[in-house]
Design a protein around this ligand. Structure first.
Ligand SMILES: Cc1cc2nc3c(=O)[nH]c(=O)nc-3n(C[C@H](O)[C@H](O)[C@H](O)COP(=O)(O)OP(=O)(O)OC[C@H]3O[C@@H](n4cnc5c(N)ncnc54)[C@H](O)[C@@H]3O)c2cc1C
Length: 253
């Protein structure tokens, strides 16, 4: 099977391989985490993604990209999928996939939108919706590493849409140097001082990291969200070379 080197010394395998569904855990009403067993999994970096391919009984195939949500545990990997209305692949993964099913995966993919535990520079994570998935992988990869300051701004419609709740709540109080802010776009919980609305420059100033701290910025989510945030960060003086983006636009043919 062909291999190619990626930064960090890990290898990318280019072929498809079987992945057995071990578990499906609901995260919200419309998002689930899938644990997959991929025999011979080579390991991956936080921020990388895989391609998942489904094959119907009549041979029809559909493939989509999904970020890896956590560090690998041997051959076990995790993805978290937000259902897209009428989506061909996400609906099956969120609602129907069950232990014993087999899909195919390819990867890990990506060498730029990655964080490595040896990176000691402060980190600013900005996620919109399911864009929190690779950012959570970075937060989880930070466990046991030197406590690099991490700041997460997580833009989400309502409190019920928060993926990884209550793990994020727990980490917000227990993980040294990790600061988490939820930015609600539609409905804020009672007592929230920030009115519901889309992310603004003021949010990045109030809850983000100042540009003179020179953080590495990771921005992930729907394409318009990512472009807005990247532009705001540049306007606020962040060095464009320190802004890494991942767009969760439609994938597949
Ligand atoms: C690098 C990368 C990583 C990704 N990681 C994740 C992840 O970790 N979790 C996750 O839930 N998704 C992730 N995505 C999005 C994912 O690949 C699919 O696009 C998404 O699951 C929809 O696929 P579908 O087959 O259900 O919808 P489709 O059948 O492809 O599309 C149905 C309808 O929804 C629209 N649509 C498709 N995708 C999106 C989208 N992302 N946002 C809004 N509208 C859309 C289409 O234009 C179409 O009208 C990632 C995308 C990329 C490029």
């Amino acid at each position: 099977m062909a291999r190619a080197a990626v930064p960090g010394g890990l290898k990318v395998r280019r072929g498809w391989r079987p992945a057995h569904v071990l578990e499906r855990r609901p995260e919200t009403k419309s998002a689930s985490t899938l644990a997959l067993e991929v025999p011979g999994w080579p390991g991956h970096l936080a921020g990388q993604h895989i391609d998942v391919r489904l094959t119907a009984d009549d041979g029809y195939q559909a493939a989509r990209s999904y970020s890896l949500a956590a560090p690998a545990a041997g051959d076990r990997i995790e993805i978290t999928v937000q259902e897209v209305p009428d989506g061909e692949v996400s609906g099956y993964l969120v609602e129907d996939a069950s232990s014993g099913d087999t899909v195919e995966v390819r990867g890990p993919v990506g060498g730029w939108f990655v964080w490595k535990p040896e990176d000691s520079r402060p980190v600013l994570l900005v996620g919109g919706g399911s864009g929190v998935v690779p950012l959570m992988a970075m937060i989880r990869s930070r466990d046991g590493a030197s406590p690099t300051p991490f700041r997460l701004l997580y833009s989400v419609r309502t409190p019920e849409d928060r993926i990884y709740d209550p793990e994020l709540e727990r980490r917000a109080t227990q993980d040294s140097g990790l600061d988490i802010t939820f930015l609600y776009t539609r409905t804020a919980p009672a007592g929230e001082t920030r009115p519901a609305g889309r992310i603004t420059a003021k949010d990045l100033v109030t809850y983000g990291s100042p540009a003179d701290l020179e953080p590495n910025c990771y921005v992930c989510g729907p394409t318009p969200f990512v472009e807005t945030v990247a532009d705001l960060l540049i306007d606020l003086g962040h060095n464009p070379t320190r802004i890494r983006t991942e767009r969760f636009g439609p994938t597949g043919p």
